[in-house]
Every structure is written in structure tokens, then in C-alpha cells.
Design a protein around this ligand. Sequence first.
Ligand code: MGD
Ligand code: MGD
Ligand code: SF4
Ligand code: MO
Length: 700
Amino acid sequence: MSDIRTHYRTCNICEAMCGLEIQHRDGEILSIKGDKDDPFSRGHICPKAVALQDFYSDRDRLKTPIRKTADGWTSISWEQAYEEIATRFRGIQEAHGKDAVGVYLGNPNAHNFGNAIMLPRFFKALGTNNRFSSASADQLPHHVASNYMLGAGMLIPIPDIDHTDFMLIIGANPIVSNGSLMTAPGVGKRLKAIQQRGGKIVVVDPRRTETAKKADQHLFIRPETDALLMLALVHTLFDEQRVSLGHLASRIDGLESLADAVKAYSPETVAEACGIDAPTIRQLARDLAGARSAVCYSRMGASTQSFGGLCQWLNNVLNILTGNFDRRGGAMFPQPAFDLVRNKKGKPSSYGRHQSRVRKLPYFNNEFPVATLADEILTPGDGQIRGMITVAGNPVLSAPGGARLEEAFEALDFMVSVDIYLNETTRHADIILPATTGLEVPHYDVFFHSFAVRNTAKFSEPMVEKSPDQKHDWEILRDLSLHLTGLDDDGVTPEQMLDAGLRHGAYGEQDMSLATLKANPHGVDLGPLQPCLEQRLQTEDGLIHIAPQLYLDDLQRLDSSGLLERAADSDYPFSLISRRLPRSHNTWTQNSHRLVKGKAPCTLQLNPADARKLGLEDGQTARVASPVGSIQLPVEIDDDMFEGVVSIPQGWGHNRPDTGMSIAESQPGVSINDITDGQRIDALTGNAAFNGTRVSVQPA
Ligand SMILES: Nc1nc2c(c(=O)[nH]1)N[C@H]1C(S)=C(S)[C@@H](COP(=O)(O)OP(=O)(O)OC[C@H]3O[C@@H](n4cnc5c(=O)[nH]c(N)nc54)[C@H](O)[C@@H]3O)O[C@H]1N2
Ligand SMILES: Nc1nc2c(c(=O)[nH]1)N[C@H]1C(S)=C(S)[C@@H](COP(=O)(O)OP(=O)(O)OC[C@H]3O[C@@H](n4cnc5c(=O)[nH]c(N)nc54)[C@H](O)[C@@H]3O)O[C@H]1N2
Ligand code: SF4
Ligand SMILES: [Mo]
């Protein structure tokens, strides 16, 4: 038996980038703990990190490429798989054009350094505009706001949680999610520190969340009325002459149009619709403007709804008008060692370059909205998608109206999935290519260092050497690219590209390189965020566009939405929202026996008064229906829910036939996206509008 070894790495399950210390011997894991010497996470971890060993040793993980046959799945060699995929995709593209093959990228791509760096090459080889990803079921409104206001979709302002004196949290639950577009390991401690230094936290959410319970103030809000609330806050800042632009004053363009546009949205006008009274809204505006430093931070609750675009624009507007943009304690811009934003100035943005074929939805962030993927596959005509590849995604469970994708994927001529499991999505593929994951991969957080509340950099080696027949995701993408194009491998690796990026980046002159990171396995601290927007801004005119026309135009859609009048729907009287659970991550961690234990967590939460009206008891099964479908699940009566609002966890529904995740199938839950609707989107950005889906609830 060999010696016990200690391995240091970054957990890449969620955005928090926690440092891990793993003891292992001969490929067996003895312990997984927080790495106290990680300069950023300082020992923090959550229960999911410990489950990394379950994914590592999971017998349900796919080990070889498999092919669907009349007699079920059979193993095939990598070479056979590549040959067949290239032949089939090329055949489809020759007959029907490049766009006839579609791509869907799931969330783990953002946590996979090889893919983050190699995907552009793969896209080039495939040559299709029919690109989709989980981003349009998530954070797309943030990218759109950054693109139109700051000139670069990746230049996203991040709350300076470690220095702020006032944090307004709208539609985020970092205590459970561990933070999103705010990489902040140990976020609970960071929130508590705000209060310990005399600051204040306010949470706006239709559910009194785990985060709301720790805040100084919680305001219940009716789903999808956040844009109205934020407009009223902006209105109040102008109305009460509390606008103070600070050091960016000379760079703000469009202030007058903004002041004009918000005149109609007084707190008194929106109070009834939002469910928050006017004096409370006015006081909130005063608190934001009056705090020594303050930041408004809004996330999934404000993004994945019918006015997600307006919300993320107004979120930035509030931070700008209170002088908190690019300022300590406000909304700041990380300066990552490997920078996704550099050198974009003057290059034309891809935003709005195309429209989707069937529903004419916008092409933002180099992709079409996933809400229209099923339409593009199922609607006949020129440009129809006939072949598809999914990479690390499970849209059957994760996309709005996901159930319709089952029909769509079955209708394809040919489908490929690069994944670690046979699951609800990949079972529709003709060929599944298995990748390494978790502890088996080298890691550098290309994206999340760019969204982090402190500048740090860290590279992790794989804990174990993969076997010769295993492939990293990026190798699969490279091999597919080479087979598609017939080109020879130029030998370039993600590590080489990372190294070049680090050397040419902001810290290149301070000896930043891959070798430096390898010599510092706990990570390198590069200090707190600093004001840097004037250097990083990417607009042609060097100005911050506070009132881009597309947002001003979208106000009309808000006005005619019926939200202000509280228009009721008697067939579907409840408003559905999603929630995240501490012990699961999206759709794929439910095969860990460490995470899936105890009481089944996939419940319908609703308020006691609503339960009484419906005659529902705790634990009873309810039927929840929307215009697109219905599901049945146990009721959990909970006075943390706002009246008229019900909540279901996202990421569940492992009750489909013919999948291969035995533990997940033992506690399957149901898929919320069997009742969300692909037609329900934020029309401005194309982002999915999960929140506020109208549903009926009855005893089953
Ligand atoms: N109703 C509702 N729907 C939602 C949400 C919500 O709040 N409410 N949230 C949305 C959000 S924020 C997101 S990000 C999306 C997520 O949507 P998706 O990205 O489609 O879903 P995931 O569960 O992340 O899918 C990950 C897939 O990758 C596989 N996988 C895991 N690790 C690896 C790996 O290392 N390599 C490869 N090749 N495969 C791997 C898993 O087996 C799984 O099939 O869901 C969205 N859907
Ligand atoms: N444990 C765990 N952690 C995760 C994940 C996970 O699945 N499990 N997923 C990861 C991913 S992919 C992401 S993107 C992040 C997301 O991170 P967060 O955005 O922090 O996570 P959510 O729990 O989706 O928080 C959304 C909140 O919005 C509220 N909400 C719903 N509708 C509305 C509305 O109309 N208005 C307002 N104001 N609030 C509303 C919900 O009640 C919920 O509390 O979490 C990441 N971290
Ligand atoms: S908070 Fe996220 S990064 Fe940290 S240990 Fe948990 S899953 Fe991993
Ligand atoms: Mo996400």
C-alpha cells in the first residue's frame, strides 16, 4: 500500500470556488475538507464538496462511448464513435446547411476549464449558428445589460460584499446557492460581517428564504413585479434629489432620458402591484442613497422572469445613481488574471446579429434562447435543426417546457451527448461520449475568477491520472473538431492557452503564469477589488450608457402586462416560483448517496391560508397544473411563502424511463419544467421566465 497523499484543489460544482484538502491513498478517498490555506475560501465548504467522492466512484458513471441499437446500448470504441458522428453531422450539414446541426451547452461547461478555453474551436469546426445553452435559462439578462451599458457582455458588476454597508438582495438566496454572479466562498460569514460592522441587509423575495431570515429586513414581493419596484426606487432617487454619481459623473450618458422614463413609476403607483407599501419603498430608496456604501444585487429571481432584462438594467442603474458603481462597498469589477474582457474594444458585438427562425427571438451572447430549441427542431422548413449535440447539459429537466424537448430530441435524425450519465436528456442520443469529471480534471476557474468578490487565481492538478481510455471533455471536443474538419491536431492544450492568457494578463508583469500557480497549490491572493471601470469599460465612446433605447422601449411591454392592474387569472390563480436545495445541484448531483438521504425534498411549498382554502393538508399529494402540463407532489405548508405563491425545487424529475442513475431514481421527485412554458420568456432578452408561471393547485 502506498502513502497517504494530500491533494489541494478548487471545488468546481458551484460558483463559490471553495478550496479543498483531500486525503487519498491508491485512488481511495480518505477525507475531503475545506483548505484553510486557500486565501479566498479559508476553509469553507458545503456538503456537496464531500459528494465529489461519490461522483468519482459512481458505478453508474459512463465509462466508454455507447451507441443505441435495437437491442439497447452497446459499447463502441472512441474512433468508431468519432467516425460515425463526423459522417452523420457532415451528411446532415451537406444536405441541409450548417445550421441544421444544433448545440446545447449545460452549466458544467462554465465550471470546466478545458471546455471554457476549447469551445470556440469546436464551434468553428461545427460552423452552426444554432447554439443554445443554459445561460438563457439563467443569467442572460446580466450579459445583455453589460453589453448595452458597458460595451461587453462579460463585464459584469459584482457586489463588493466584504466592504459594503448596505446590501439590497433581490431574488437571490445565497445562503443556499452559495452565491451566483458573486463568487464569495463562505458567503454566510461575509453577510454576517456586514451586520457586525454596523451595516444592513434587506432581502426582497416572495419567499422568506434562508437568506431573508438572516437579513435585517425582508420584504415579500409579488413575483415578476421587481422591475416596477426598481423603477419606483429610481423614481424616488430623482424625485427626492438623491442622485449622486460620484467619480463616474462625467462618463454617464442618458441621464435625462432616464429621469423622464421613470416619472410615471412613483412608489404610490406600484405599491399595490408589488405588495410593498409606498412609504417602505421610499425608505428603501433613502437607505440605499444614504448608506456610506451600498449595493443592489439581484439574481435568478429577478433574471428568470418576464422582465428579467429590465431588472438587470435597473439593478445597474440603482448602483450608478447612488454613486456606488465601481466604488468600494458598491458594485465593482473584478480584475481576473485570465481576462475574458480584454481587447474587445472596437470589435463588433454579436448581440442582435441574428433572429431565431421560428419565433424571431434575439441572438444574444452568441446564442439563441433555449426556450425556442424545441420549436427549431420540431418546426419543418429551411434551417430546421435535424442533428444535435448536447455537452454537459440536461435540458429535458432544466429548460422551460422541458418535456417538449423529449419529443423534439426523439424527432432528430441524429443526436450526440457528451456527458457522465445516461439521463433524461442523454437517453435520447444515438451516441453518448463519457467525459472525466470532478477530481479527475485539472481546473482553473476561467469564468468565476471573473465574477469573484476578491481577485485571486488558482490552478488545480487532477487528483488522479485518468486511464488511457478516458477522455477529458476538451479532448472529446478537440477530437470531434478534427474529425469534422479533417485537419491535423496542432497540439495546443488548454494549459498552454491558460498560460499565455495569464502571462499577457493584468498580473503578467508580476510573474503571473501557470508555473506560478502550480507552485502555489492553495491559490494566489491578488487583493480586494479596486475601482477600475475607466480602464475596463468597452464602449466605443468611453461612456456608460445608463438608458439604452431598447430598455426604454421595453417599458411599454411592462405597462401593458397587466402587472400594475394586478390582472387575475381565474383558471390558474397561483404564481409558481422555483427554489434551490442545499444538498443538490441542478439536475445531476442526485446520484450521490451522501446527498440524497432523509425526507424527500421535492415538495410544493404553500402558505397556510392558501392550503386551508384548497383543503390541503401537510404531506398530502397535490396536483399542480399549468396550461402546458401537470405534476403531482407532496404538500409542505409553510408560512414563509407569500400568499398566492407556491414553490417547487428545480432540478428534479428522475422518474423518466430508461435512465441509468439508480440512486437518483430511488428518490426521483418531479420536474418543475414539465409545467413551465417555453413560450413564457422575457421578450427583451429571450431569457426563460420560470418565475410567475401561472398554475392551479388541487388535492390529487
Ligand atoms: N424551473 C427552473 N428551471 C431552471 C432553473 C430554475 O431556477 N428553475 N435554473 C436554471 C439554471 S440557473 C441553470 S444553470 C440550468 C442548468 O441546466 P443544465 O446545464 O441543462 O442542467 P445541469 O443539471 O447542470 O446538467 C448538467 C449535465 O452535465 C452532466 N455533467 C456533470 N458534470 C459533467 C462533466 O464534468 N462533463 C460532462 N460532459 N458532463 C457533466 C450531468 O450529468 C448533466 O447531464 O437550469 C435552469 N433551469
Ligand atoms: N445548493 C445549490 N446551490 C446552487 C445551485 C443548486 O442547484 N443548488 N445552482 C447553482 C446555479 S446554476 C445558480 S444560477 C445559482 C442561483 O443562485 P440564486 O439566484 O441565489 O438562487 P435561487 O435559489 O434560484 O434564488 C432565487 C430566489 O428568487 C426568488 N424569486 C423567485 N421569483 C422571484 C421574483 O419574481 N422576484 C423576486 N424578487 N424573487 C423571486 C426565489 O424565492 C429564490 O429565493 O445557484 C447555484 N448554486
Ligand atoms: S459551496 Fe460550491 S464550491 Fe463550495 S464546496 Fe459547496 S459546491 Fe463546492
Ligand atoms: Mo445557473
